[in-house]
Design a protein around this ligand. Structure first.
Ligand code: GLA
Length: 388
């Protein structure tokens, strides 16, 4: 039995035990991001993909006008009247309530629904388990009540749930990847227009593996919101001289240099990182089209340096993992991935050369940190939907 079928069968039997009817099944995946970090809320570009780690849902409408939930991972039940949906003390339930509220706001008022969910996206590893939870539940409600809301709207509703019920002012990348993911492809998303393009990432030349630091610093959400504010400050200063700049995506490196003296050092460094990351994503995509993974990998290392030294969202453990990668010539690129302050690095490795690198990480990382890392080999998979 695979891990996935084990989780699904546990969901089915728990659902029947608790609610005495048969569930319908859905899934929503986590994501990786090859390059384009902290660019989404600056209207820039990102290059994510959905992975074969997901949250699975058993759901069915009920006739009691309640949202009745059970989390397999927390082994905990929660219920609330559909007429009184609001934030609760039960942290995990807020993600789902937050989604149901978005439907209410559209005047759709979903009736009662039962939901048992669980999955294998590691929490706090930077693989967007929260976006998967929100997107998956949005897909469930949309389908169960036949609302026919397009996916392009569902991602925005899931993002609003994160803003309002989790308090993280996230961009759109994670929700987008969880819903629009396509097997074997990364997606170049323009976070301003939400236009996107799929790029095949076959496993012929490179392998992608994740190394989990197994640290997750509490700074993650508060500092995330601070970074957003610093970027907005950067835009306000640029705009005085360049009215056409509405987001850091619109500023060139030269424009930024020309207003540097009017910026605090922090705002300059954050803006410098973003402006250059926007350039790097475009260069990396050109390299990808030519199967030039060497150039692609160099951009990933440069991204890590920027995140670590200018954007200040890395941490000692992530930097150590990237330094181990840098010493191995078969690791073409490596960097911290996601919001930062812990979680995983993403590593682009020459095909067939993964094993020696993994052995190095398993030896070196504990020697330097005292922590045993976890290695994930992920497969690029389809986005959220109903399981048949
Ligand atoms: C988190 C957010 C995303 C994005 C990344 C950083 O994952 O949810 O919107 O900003 O951090 O790239």
């Amino acid at each position: 039995m695979t891990e996935k079928s084990k989780i699904i069968s546990e969901i089915e039997s728990k659902f029947i035990e608790l609610f005495h009817h048969e569930p319908e099944l859905y899934q929503a995946p986590g994501r990786i991001n090859l390059i384009g970090e902290h660019t989404d809320y600056n209207d820039g570009f990102v290059l994510p993909a959905a992975i074969d780690k997901a949250i699975y849902f058993g759901v069915k409408k009920n006739k009691v006008n309640k949202l009745r939930l059970f989390s397999i991972d927390y082994k905990e039940s929660f219920e609330i009247s559909m007429d009184e949906l609001e934030k609760t003390q039960v942290h995990w339930a807020n993600y789902l309530i937050g989604v149901a509220v978005q439907f209410n706001k559209r005047g759709l008022k979903p009736e009662g629904i039962d939901c048992v969910f669980g999955g294998n996206i590691p929490l706090g590893a930077g693989l967007s388990s929260s976006a998967a939870l929100e997107c998956g539940f949005a897909v469930c409600l949309n389908d169960q009540f036949s609302y026919k809301i397009p996916n392009s709207e569902l991602i925005l509703m899931a993002q609003k749930a994160e803003h309002e019920f989790a308090g993280v002012m996230c961009g759109i990348m994670d929700q987008f990847a969880s819903i629009f993911g396509k097997e074997g492809h990364v997606m170049k998303l323009d976070c301003r227009s939400l236009d996107y393009e799929y790029f095949p990432l076959t496993n012929n030349e490179v392998d992608v593996i994740l190394c989990d630091t197994r640290v997750s610093h509490s700074l993650a959400s508060s500092e995330y919101n601070v970074r957003r504010k610093e970027c907005e400050e950067g835009v306000a200063i640029l705009k005085k001289q360049y009215p056409e700049v509405n987001a850091l995506r619109d500023a060139s490196p030269e424009m930024l240099e020309s207003v540097r003296s009017g910026m605090s050092e922090n705002v300059y460094l954050r803006s410098h990182y973003v402006v250059h990351e926007v350039v790097r994503v475009n260069e990396a995509c050109e390299a990808l089209l030519k199967n030039d993974f060497v150039t692609f990998g160099q951009r990933m290392y440069a991204t890590h340096d920027g995140l670590s030294k200018e954007y200040l969202v890395s941490c000692k453990e992530l930097d150590i993992l990237v330094e181990i990668a840098r010493k191995n010539p078969d690791v073409l690129g490596a960097r911290m991935m996601g919001g930062g302050f812990g979680g995983c690095t993403i590593n682009l490795i020459r095909k067939g050369c993964t094993e020696p690198f993994i052995q190095e990480v398993l030896k070196e990382y504990p020697a330097q940190t005292g922590i045993n890392p976890i290695i994930y080999r992920v497969k690029i998979s389809d986005g959220a939907g109903r399981l048949i």
